[in-house]
Design a protein around this ligand. Structure first.
Ligand code: WTA
Length: 657
């Protein structure tokens, strides 16, 4: 908090650079006009933008329908096809423009033009149709970050199938849960993926997931893209090679006509309770959000080389790899590997090699690279860069300044973009060339987004105060519901206690400074943000207690220099004795591997402590606040007199190995 204060109080802003202002897509007057229009005629504001930026098969007559609030609909009687908007309309005007420059983990480069990409998507879409995939069917995609990942998603969009991409770092168990929840009948994967010099056997994980599901699996076919020459198990009748499927398929495929509200995809994300939730997005509203942010926030121009480093398995990879950049006809980079392989210069080398002009990444990657060698980027020619972006977690002012000075050479504005899986596209960000920046602040809502910060009694906070971030009006790119669980959608995002269920409560706390700038403070629920990835403490706790030796588990976070937050687990074992010394060390390692198997390596706790019990109130509630203080090695100043077992605190403070 003290660091935040020192930053928010200094009122220091960086004015937009004159050179950037001259060429920016939006100027101050235009932003003012957009904001005024949104204030005075909210629905027409969105309606006009939707007509201008989307190619409609049948234009809509109705803009926003709030009859069933908060199950809002946008442009409901309009019809379109998202893949048509991403591909066909570019092919009409610029067929040979490069759509994607792919660089593999080992450095091999492959490029594909819009025309070629459309052919790939059509062939694959025809293949899916031949297998029997129909509009509305769910298709799970478990693919490496690749051109084929994008082809698979776009092909689903083309035929109206609903894709659900599962990040290829998730375990067989996590994959199985998602397949079951979507009730998917088709799955697209690759034999393996390459990251950081290591080969990951994706198809083996898929096979394991289906074994876990056993008779509950509805999967009829698995399509496997061949990425390596190694042997890969294939089940006769069920598994089919990607290249065999597209062989002899026609290279055109009429896009399916889709209603605006038809679900484009489901993407699972962690919440505070229970299993991950399937965030369901619409077609038209979602597409509009990605297009507008590409133009307003990324200032996209025809000659840009855009690079968003996020994997297609996350929302950022959906909106700013698969959909946004293609919908505006941009050229983009897809990089399969990691920022530190073969060395910590990899990102900068890619920027130099492909003359990247817009670079969008997560603070955790920046912090890791700063730690390895803060001056390494100086060895590269980064002069092609003109705009930098940050996403996924708060960017600390030190990392911001390094990004600004060492990477952007003080020439490039930084857009610190706040948004979520649920919002579909960027909500808060400086408008480059217009908004004076403050290092560490995501500045203000973009035009049309009515965000505010509320105190505990549901009133907007005064300047220089903090509270809960909310969005007051529905917006086109917001999630429509939680797949199969509308009650959870209502309860989680539109709680009755805040504005009588009228506002979208995002789950983050934020600070409003004296200039009206927003500063994201972090999650208010039991969600931990590790390296920009959301993990629910409950999810990790249930995975831990599923281990045969574990009786109880409580998971909290502590700050981490590079990852932002790290996971600390407090464990009570079954039986009377808690493990100590070598035994504790061994069990801790076993539990870390267990978590990697149950959820995925990103959820492995950094630290595991064992106790005879956990600090509990007399009614049996675990006092997580105390555990948080212990994990952070802070002095416990809270009242512990209501604790059933205060002595346990001393025991948990000891590190046993
Ligand atoms: C956090 C990622 C501070 C926030 C696009 C949010 C941020 C959660 C920022 C969503 C930012 C995202 N500054 N915090 N610029 N961007 N967050 O769903 O807590 O993976 O609620 O979406 O990440 O994470 P998600």
């Amino acid at each position: 908090m003290s660091e935040l204060k020192s930053v928010t109080n200094d009122g220091h802003t960086l004015a937009p650079m004159a050179d950037f202002v001259k060429q920016a897509n939006l100027n101050l007057e235009q932003v003012k006009a957009l904001r005024l229009k949104a204030e005075t005629n909210y629905t027409d504001f969105w309606g006009e933008l939707a007509l201008e930026h989307i190619d409609w098969h049948k234009p809509f007559s109705q803009i926003l329908d709030e009859t069933n609030a908060p199950f809002y609909t946008w442009f409901a009687d309009g019809q379109l096809n998202v893949s048509y908007n991403c591909l066909d309309r570019q092919v009409l005007t610029q067929p040979h423009k490069t759509a994607i420059i792919f660089e593999s983990d080992s450095g091999i480069v492959n490029t594909i033009s819009y025309k070629e990409l459309l052919v790939q998507v059509c062939k694959f879409a025809n293949g899916l149709k031949q297998l029997g995939v129909k509009k509305g069917d769910r298709v799970v995609i478990y693919m490496p970050h690749s051109i084929e990942g994008v082809v698979a998603m776009q092909a689903c969009a083309r035929i109206g199938a609903i894709h659900s991409v599962v990040f290829a770092g998730f375990s067989a168990k996590a994959l199985a849960d998602r397949i079951a929840d979507t009730e998917a009948c088709y799955l697209i994967t690759a034999d393996s993926s390459n990251r950081g010099g290591k080969k990951l056997p994706l198809k083996t994980v898929v096979d394991e997931a289906l074994l876990i599901l056993a008779t509950k699996s509805r999967i009829k076919n698995i399509i496997v893209h061949k990425r390596s020459d190694e042997y890969c198990y294939c089940e006769e009748g069920r598994d089919i090679w990607w290249h065999d499927l597209i062989n002899n398929q026609p290279d055109t495929c009429e896009p399916e006509i889709i209603d605006s509200e038809h679900p484009l995809f489901i993407l699972y994300t962690s919440g505070s309770t229970g299993a991950p939730k399937g965030v369901q997005h619409s077609s038209a509203g979602y597409l509009l959000g990605t297009i507008l942010s590409m133009r307003w926030v990324f200032d996209i121009k025809p000659n840009d080389i855009f690079w968003c480093t996020a994997d297609v398995g996350w929302i950022t990879g959906h909106s700013y790899v698969c959909y946004g950049p293609l919908a505006v006809g941009a050229t983009q980079i897809i990089f399969e590997g990691t920022p530190t392989y073969p060395d910590a210069g990899r990102f900068w080398k890619i920027i130099e090699r492909h003359r990247v002009s817009i670079f969008y990444t997560a603070p955790t990657a920046l912090r890791a690279l700063i730690k390895i060698d803060a001056s390494l980027p100086e060895q590269f020619d980064l002069s092609s860069l003109r705009l930098l972006g940050s996403v996924g977690e708060p960017i600390n002012p030190e990392a911001w300044r390094w990004y600004y000075e060492v990477i952007g050479k003080k020439r490039c504005p930084i857009v610190d973009t706040w948004w979520q899986t649920e919002t579909g596209s960027i909500m808060l960000s400086p408008i480059p060339g217009v908004t004076p920046m403050k290092p560490g602040s995501c500045c203000s809502p973009i035009p049309g987004i009515m965000a505010d910060i509320m105190d505990e009694s549901g009133n907007p906070v005064e300047r220089n105060n903090s509270g809960s971030l909310i969005i007051k009006r529905p917006f086109p790119s917001q999630m429509r519901t939680i797949w199969n669980n509308p009650q959870r959608y209502l309860k989680t995002y539109f709680p009755k206690e805040v504005g009588n269920g009228e506002y979208y409560v995002v789950g983050d706390s934020a600070h409003l400074d004296n200039d009206g700038y927003f500063w994201i403070l972090g999650r208010m629920d039991d969600v931990i943000n590790v390296s920009g990835h959301r993990l629910g403490t409950m999810e990790i706790e249930s995975a831990l207690v599923a281990h045969p030796r574990i009786a109880e588990a409580a998971v909290v976070s502590k700050p981490h220099e590079i990852k932002g937050e790290a996971i600390v687990a407090f464990i009570v074992c079954k039986g009377s004795l808690r493990p100590i010394g070598a035994e504790a060390k061994e069990l801790a390692e076993e539990l870390r591997l267990w978590i990697a198997k149950e959820i995925g390596p990103i959820a492995k706790p950094d630290e595991i402590r064992f106790g005879d019990n956990l600090p509990k109130t007399r009614s049996g509630k675990i006092m997580r606040r105390l555990l948080r203080s212990i994990a952070r090695e802070e002095e416990i100043t809270q009242d512990v007199s209501t604790l059933e077992n205060p002595a346990i605190l001393e025991q948990l403070k000891q590190k046993e190995y």
